[in-house]
Design a protein around this ligand. Structure first.
Ligand code: ADP
Ligand code: ZN
Ligand code: MG
Length: 475
């Protein structure tokens, strides 16, 4: 008889931090590089005698991440050397944190169809990334641009019970880290190792675990978990193979996992404290400073937006892009309506950019400019059409909204004498339509209205213009 099994998963997630420079030297990160080995200095390429210097911003971002994941922040944190030899690691050791990681004991609620589960965060530590090997022809090349780029590694307890929970958790981290300016989490900047085991339902003991690496997307992570869980269950159920603790590589093409190596133990890495780096002490003052800069938690932010009527779809867009969120918040702070502003940004600006083959990531409008346009519309100085015209000019050519509005005559709407004279002009220039209307063709009025709108170049409240036109025609 088939037994029911429970899947147990713990994650180790590496996230590349959005800092201007690397973790222990002043080189720009690899995102600033155009060519291989563009962003390299004697320190990050492992020249003898070079010493690491801690990047303060890395500590601040790691603490911010810890606060977002409800962790305890260590007031005393140290670095260790993890020794192994590989050509992409010029020092033959990685600087990481083993004994005193910067954050511990966190917790993240994860909501799925199965309900809400609290995933415990064992720790977050800071470390440096390795370089990249590029294989071509009969040679292998090494690119050190990524060497020493700062990472945080977020380690959970084995608390996940399904692939769905894992994906929800990862998306949540991504939203949080983007909104907190911690990482853009682009492809390759968020890498996740999955530790997995299965056990008979109801059992208290954990089964043998394997660690899967090499997934390039959340979708691949989901596939890898499903494959690997089934492999474990088959092994237990049919004794097809005996499970061993090992590291396995996920192959995207076949959708299978393959053994890479037996799992190294801590002893294999000969960890020891890095005497080149002073312990970091985080005092109350510094911690308060970091706390003050931390953005509101994603859940709180989502609730705040929902409460003012912003749609779920818009909230998702905002939470995944902290630049847009800041633009919205700043524009609202200048006195604009939140729901309205969200639609100016996420519908109007997005539409204008899309026409030019761009995305909202490339939006350069300031809150000041956007609020000026929105206020001109709200106060009735111009209609929404005119506002949209100004927005197009602002987004495309960064014009001054007020000057552009004057120059284009978009504000002449409430100058009713201007509207009056335009209507008179249209009436005198279209005798045929006037005659048709007088002969009972109601449709002719629409043609005259169109001609007025054209003459006014979209300015003026359409309802007011229509009313005036009808009044004049019925005389
Ligand atoms: P190691 O020291 O071997 O790296 P850790 O205790 O740091 O082991 O755990 C690494 C990851 O493996 C953690 O995310 C943890 O939750 C997860 N893990 C540990 N035991 C199991 C298990 N039996 N099944 C699934 N995941 C596990
Ligand atoms: Zn460097
Ligand atoms: Mg570990």
């Amino acid at each position: 008889m088939n037994m029911n099994y429970e899947i147990v998963i713990g994650l180790e997630t590496h996230v590349e931090l959005s800092t201007e420079s690397k973790i222990f030297c002043s080189c720009g990160g690899h995102s600033a590089a155009n060519e291989p080995n563009d962003c390299v200095c004697p320190a990050c390429s492992g020249m003898p005698g070079m010493l690491p210097v801690m990047n303060k911003r890395v500590v601040e971002l790691a603490v911010t991440a810890g606060l977002m994941l409800n962790c305890e922040i260590s007031r005393y944190t140290t670095f260790d050397k993890k020794n192994y030899y590989y050509p992409d690691l010029p020092c033959a050791y990685q600087i990481t944190q083993l004994n005193h990681p910067i954050c511990t004991n966190g917790c993240v609620p994860v909501k799925t169809s199965a309900g809400t589960r609290d995933i415990r965060i064992k720790q977050i530590h800071m470390e440096e990334d390795a370089g990249k090997l590029v294989h071509g022809g009969n040679s292998s090349f090494v690119d050190f641009n990524r060497t020493s780029v700062p990472l945080i590694e977020i380690v959970t307890q084995p608390d996940f019970r399904s692939a769905e929970e894992v994906v929800v958790y990862l998306n949540k981290l991504k939203s949080m880290f983007r909104s907190g300016g911690i990482s853009e989490c682009e492809e390759g900047a968020m890498r996740c190792d999955v530790n997995i085991s299965v056990r008979p339902e109801g059992s208290e003991e954990f089964g043998v675990r394997t660690e899967i690496k090499n997934m390039s997307s959340f979708e691949a992570i989901e596939r890898a978990i499903k494959y690997e869980a089934q492999r474990h269950m088959d092994a237990l159920e049919y004794e097809t193979e005996s499970l061993v603790q090992e590291t396995r590589r996920f192959d995207d093409v076949s959708g299978k996992t393959f053994a890479m190596r037996n799992k190294e133990t801590e002893a294999d890495y000969r960890y020891f404290p890095d005497a080149n780096l002073m312990p970091i002490v985080i005092d109350d003052e510094w911690l308060e400073e970091i706390k003050a800069k931390k953005p509101a938690a994603v859940d709180e932010k989502a609730e705040e937006y929902a409460a003012v009527g912003i749609s779920d779809k818009e909230i998702a867009m905002l939470l995944s892009n902290h630049k847009l969120m800041a633009l919205l918040d700043d524009t609202v702070a200048l006195g604009c309506n939140p729901k309205d502003t969200a639609s100016w940004i996420l519908t109007d600006c997005a539409g204008i950019l899309r026409k030019d083959g761009k995305t909202l990531n490339e939006l350069e409008v300031t809150a000041q400019t956007l609020s000026t346009i929105i206020k001109m519309v709200d106060s009735g100085d111009i209609n929404r059409n005119a506002g949209k015209k100004i927005l197009i000019a602002v987004v495309e050519s960064n014009v001054d909204p007020v000057a552009y509005c004057k120059e284009q005559g978009l504000d002449k709407k409430f100058d009713s004498s201007a509207i009056d004279s335009v209507i008179d002009k249209v009436i005198s220039e279209n005798p045929k339509a006037v005659e048709d209307f007088n002969n009972g063709k109601v449709k002719a009025l629409q043609a005259l209205f169109g001609a007025c709108m054209k003459e006014l170049r979209g300015a003026g409240d359409p309802a007011v213009i229509k009313e005036l036109l009808e009044k004049k025609m019925s005389k």
